[in-house]
Design a protein around this ligand. Structure first.
Ligand SMILES: [Zn+2]
Ligand SMILES: [Zn+2]
Length: 118
């Protein structure tokens, strides 16, 4: 099933989809050499393809195996405070959602929450 049309860029254009990390990586290498755009491949849970993300917007994260969000889904665990902060900043710019950064008490990393911490 190809539902890649679900994924669009912030400007509403269809996002380029790659079926393997290798393909995405070679496209990223090409973009860097041809246009000087540093891009990072990432796996998209929505369409199960790979997309490219500008490197300066990339925030390294993994899935926390202890913490869940309000919908019971595993929370993103940001590996550094800086990447959690950056993700919060991007969400604020894109959706106007204010997120707080807090340290996970189970894993080494940081989470974002919509709830006030205090
Ligand atoms: Zn996608
Ligand atoms: Zn956690």
């Amino acid at each position: 099933m190809n539902n890649s049309t679900l994924c669009t860029t912030r400007t509403g254009k269809p996002r380029a989809c790659y079926s393997t990390q290798e393909q995405a990586q070679s496209a990223a290498d090409y973009a860097e050499s041809a246009y000087g755009n540093a891009m990072v491949p990432y796996f998209c849970n929505r369409c199960s393809y790979w997309h490219l993300c500008p490197k300066d917007r990339h925030t390294p994260s993994t899935i926390c195996n202890h913490c869940t969000d309000g919908n019971g889904r595993p929370k993103q665990l940001y590996l550094t405070y800086e990447s959690a902060k950056k993700r919060a900043q991007l969400r604020y710019e894109e959706d106007g959602v204010l997120l707080n950064v807090y340290e996970c008490c189970h894993n080494r990393g940081w989470h974002l929450t919509k709830n006030d911490l205090w």
